[in-house]
Design a protein around this ligand. Sequence first.
Ligand SMILES: [Cu+2]
Length: 192
Amino acid sequence: MKTLDVLDRRLLAAPFAAFALLAGMLIATPAPAATFEVRAVMSKNGADVYFDPVGLRIEPGDTVRWIQVNGYHSVTAYHPANGDRELRIPERAQPWDSGMLLTEYPAPGSTFEHTFTVPGVYDYLCIPHEAAGMVGRIVVGEPEAGPGTRAFDYAPEHHWKAVPKPAQQALPGIALIMEKGAVRAHLATASK
Ligand SMILES: [Cu+2]
């Protein structure tokens, strides 16, 4: 146990320095990373498709696990690498695309996970249902002034594929996400 040896020597030689070192280690220790679940749902009559919660606040290092409950969906970042879509995740962040999830939960192939390390706002979509407003938003740490905070079509010179109106309207406001932590999908709480 090399670390303990070092600490022992410090404790013998300089108790106050050792105390300061230990206190510093305790303060610097980040909260353990958490995993949050988001359900990808199609209503029984097939009319409604949504992610629930549709808005989520997490901390850097946390993971989101999407679960395909009914229907067939993807979990895809708004990013030019994904079908030339508008960049709506932090510039330094890696885009992701689950591809079509193959089965319904709990069968294998029904979940997708992504770990978020760069703070900021992340918008994502379901490729088959983007036009129906199946999108979600995740705030990692503090929102910062990245692409996800900007108005839609903020860079027309790129000729990115526009975010459809129903998708724009389905994305919850950043302030609401910061306040609530998790914003439930309206359709998830509707009685049908
Ligand atoms: Cu979908």
